[in-house]
Design a protein around this ligand. Structure first.
Ligand SMILES: Nc1ncnc2c1ncn2[C@@H]1O[C@H](COP(=O)(O)OP(=O)(O)OP(=O)(O)O)[C@@H](O)[C@H]1O
Ligand SMILES: [Mg+2]
Length: 312
């Protein structure tokens, strides 16, 4: 099946502008067994079974050194969708821009203690820095611009790559999933995230050149696996800002699937202004506009991740 056919055989287009107001009735654009937006038959992702006990957490780094690909948006909304499934979720803002914190309604520049203090000073209790969000089961360790100094400060530290892992260790038993929102770089902070993680999710924007730089990222992940964290694996590659009306978007997804095969999530995230709108309100889309298909997409991603064993 060619790209054109694949993208059209599935059911309604996965875009807000594609002839609806974005509020499609079902969670899936393409039904189970139909060809989904990645050109493969869409499997069934069952409702996750409720957990009777919590922890220890599986830690996932949201990582791509390319900027603006949807790392922060995915961290917020996948986190919220997992929390809706009854999972206890801790988000870690690991970007000095603090966009994750802002996107959950926190004003990070007014905070005295953030992930920066946990990373660079001894004697803090991580529990004092964790904040609850308006979403039940969703907590966050915020960051602000202070973190931009950490990279330089940590260079001379012993075991400088393992500091985040040490910071998170005391609370891993309290959560089912920890999602780390990395900054767009492959520097020491991102190396810390990859060293603390069990898995990596790589968001890729559906634009030409989306895969430029991914080889370097994969190489970095392999080096971390060899030298620092043998358990690390790529949980999945997530196509974001997909516009099914454009051949362009469909071709990008097709070539990503050709390169990475089953590593690519069946779920793709469409381009819609609801995401920046929700961020401005400081809410996940699942709260801001619960019935919007963007919310449905992240709920499906949560189910797909659980079905893959990427989360409990
Ligand atoms: N699916 C989407 N549709 C439309 N806009 C989106 C989508 N996902 C993210 N955005 C918007 O694109 C911008 C970049 O997204 P985001 O901040 O999530 O990327 P990022 O990879 O975290 O960026 P950075 O590398 O700067 O940290 C934001 O304004 C966000 O609201
Ligand atoms: Mg970001």
């Amino acid at each position: 099946m060619d790209v054109e056919t694949a993208a059209h055989s599935g059911a309604p287009e996965a875009t807000e502008e594609g002839g609806s107001d974005g509020h499609l009735p079902g969670i899936r654009e393409a039904g189970v067994g139909q060809i989904g937006p990645t050109g493969r038959p869409l499997p069934h992702f069952p409702e996750p079974t409720p957990l009777s006990a919590h922890g220890p957490a599986r830690v996932i780094a949201m990582c791509n050194q390319k900027g603006g690909v949807g790392k922060t948006t995915t961290t917020i909304n996948l986190g919220a969708a997992l929390a809706e499934c009854g999972r206890r979720v801790l988000l870690v803002d690991f970007d000095p821009q603090g966009a994750l914190s802002v996107g959950l309604g926190i004003t990070p520049n007014q905070l005295d203690v953030t992930i920066y203090n946990l990373m660079t000073e001894r004697g803090h209790d991580v529990r004092d820095v964790i904040q609850h969000t308006a979403v039940e089961g969703l907590d966050i360790i915020p960051a602000n611009i202070d973190l931009s100094a950490a990279e330089v400060q940590l260079v001379g530290e012993v075991a400088r790559e393992q500091i985040l892992a040490r910071v998170l260790r005391p609370v891993l038993d309290d959560y089912d999933v920890v999602l780390i929102d990395c900054q767009p770089s492959l520097g020491l902070l991102t190396v810390n995230a990859l060293t603390a993680a069990h898995g990596v999710i790589i968001p890729l924007e559906c634009e030409y050149f989306a895969m430029r730089g991914v080889a370097l990222l994969v190489e970095t992940i392999e080096k971390i696996t060899d030298r620092l964290n043998p358990r690390l694996e790529i949980d999945g590659i997530l196509a974001t800002m997909y516009d099914g009306r454009t051949l362009h978007s469909r071709e990008v997804v097709q070539s990503v699937v050709e390169h990475f095969g089953e590593t690519v999530f069946h779920t793709v995230i469409s381009r819609t202004v609801k995401f920046p709108d929700a961020t401005l309100e400081g809410k996940p889309i699942t709260t801001y506009d619960s019935t919007h298909k963007g919310a449905g997409a992240y709920r499906q991603l949560a189910r797909e991740l659980i079905a893959r064993g990427g989360a409990a």
